[in-house]
Design a protein around this ligand. Structure first.
Ligand code: PLP
Length: 470
């Protein structure tokens, strides 16, 4: 495909995308296909001679769309959001077309330098403690990772390397006595980071608000020290996946300081809310953390992938993974970050472009309005639930997640209700379970969700409950 042909095809694709997103409400949110649906729709092997673009365009509706779960649909209320936006899509087109791989400053200076500035802009928008930001005197700074899972792993490996150096070991020595901590409500990626790092991870029992608190963590640490283990890392969660609960960062941070643990804060979903001052109380104690991460690709209108991570002392990560072959060296080394040292892969895309476009096209006020609207829609759904005596809310609604269930029914009946709701195809939700109590999670996800969509969602829940003769 040459330039002129691309211009025509790209315009056609842009039209398709706008039509898709504008009319997405009309599509069934959850597909009805069965596993293996796609292979029979394609030839058994790649074509010998080029296909026509028009045939490829036609195949999007024939092959792809029947198997799409429409995450951007206003009727999608599952998991957590993955909001995209036109400015971020434009940035991704540009990034894909520049096609640079910004692993070091010299490999594309703008790629590194825009990221440095954007991570400061974003950190300021969230009201992060100043020492997480870049400054000529300080050691703080931010980096874009692909996912929160990767950010947690990078934090854990940095902490491991730091602790092993403190203990006089070389960072590559395996050390089976190292132990990490997180809450029993934290995302599975934290436990997975422990597995990948080859360390023991303790799941600390959360309190009745599903929060990890100081006394329980302290007890776990002391028990391990008594056994000769070496506590080195703790992850606090701000906005847990199941119930959007909030660990007590101050209590965790103080213990981390006392016992010499690296303290990482995972705010994958909830972090976007800190753009609004009224939600910042939820991150009280963040100044005690060594590293912090949230996903603009979840709730801040930045297309996947873009996971923002900050370190208070970036030397910890740079020194943890530092290998320096000649072919990656350059003369300006040390004057600006070489982001290859801050992450696991070598290659990296120009993802700061989408942060730049989104922050400029919405401004702080536009992004705040987006978050506030979504939180108010969650409260609207909460009111609907509370008006129906068959249901109960099972934990406080703080941001865009409402956890609810049939009050006087067992788990099986609640499971049946959700199964029927999803089978109806009008809306899509996923469940969770805490301490053996199964519940439904309604999340405001799409930027197109309006009050009427929330009413539609509630109508569907009620209808399915009626059909169960409840
Ligand atoms: N942490 C929390 C609290 C989450 O809710 C999630 C995903 O929903 C993750 C981590 C994992 O996110 P990612 O897919 O970016 O690794």
């Amino acid at each position: 495909m040459e330039g002129e042909e691309f211009k025509v095809a790209a315009k056609e694709m842009v039209d398709y995308i706008v039509d898709y997103l504008t009319n997405i409400r009309e599509r069934r949110v959850l597909p009805e296909v069965e596993p293996g649906y796609l292979r029979p729709l394609l030839p058994p092997a790649a074509p010998d001679t080029p296909d026509q673009w028009k045939d490829i365009m036609t195949d999007i509706e024939r092959v792809i769309m029947p198997g799409i779960t429409h995450w951007q649909s206003p009727n999608f209320h599952a998991y957590f959001p993955a909001t995209n936006s036109y400015p971020a899509t434009l940035a991704d087109i540009l990034s894909d077309s520049i096609g640079c791989i910004g692993f070091s400053w010299i490999s594309s200076p703008a790629c590194t330098e825009l990221e440095v500035v954007m991570m400061d802009w974003l950190g300021q928008l969230l009201g992060l403690p100043q020492d997480f930001l870049f400054s000529p005197e300080g050691t703080g700074g931010g980096v874009i990772q692909s996912t929160a899972s990767e950010a947690t792993l990078v934090a854990l490996l940095s902490a491991q390397s730091k602790k092993l150096k403190e203990l006089g070991h070389t960072p590559t020595t395996a050390h089976p006595q190292l132990v990490a901590y997180t809450s029993d409500q934290s995302h599975s990626s934290v436990e997975r980071a422990g597995m990948l790092g080859g360390v023991l991870t303790r799941l600390v029992t959360s309190d009745e608000q599903f929060a990890m608190r100081g006394p329980a963590l302290r007890q776990a640490i002391l028990a391990d020290i008594k056994e000769g283990l070496i506590p080195f890392f703790v992850v606090g969660t701000v906005g847990t996946t199941s119930a959007c609960s909030f660990d007590n960062l101050r209590e965790i941070g103080e213990l981390a300081k006392k016992f010499g643990l690296w303290f990482h804060v995972d705010a994958a979903y909830a972090g976007s809310a800190f753009i609004c001052e009224e939600f910042r109380y939820l991150m009280d104690g963040l100044e005690l953390a060594h590293s912090f991460n949230f996903n603009p690709h979840k709730w801040l209108l930045v297309n996947f992938d873009c996971s923002a991570m900050w370190f208070k002392n970036s030397n910890d990560v740079v020194e943890a993974f530092n290998v320096d072959p000649l072919y990656l060296k350059h003369e300006k080394q040390g004057q600006v970050p070489d982001y290859r040292h801050w992450q696991i892969p070598l290659g990296r895309r120009f993802r700061s472009l989408k942060l730049w476009f989104v922050m400029r096209m919405y401004g702080k006020q536009g992004l705040q309005a987006h978050i506030r609207k979504q939180v108010s829609l969650a409260h609207q759904f909460e009111s609907h639930v509370m008006e129906d005596s068959r249901f109960e809310i099972i934990c406080p609604v703080t941001l865009g997640l409402v956890c609810f269930r049939l009050k006087n029914e067992d788990n099986t009946m609640n499971e049946k209700l959700l199964k029927n709701i999803n089978a109806g195809g009008v809306i899509h939700m996923v469940p969770s379970k805490i301490r053996d109590v199964y519940f439904l999670r309604f999340v405001v996800c799409s930027y197109q969700t309006e009050s009427d969509d929330v009413k539609t969602a509630w109508k569907e829940v009620k209808k399915q409950a009626d059909l169960l003769h409840l």
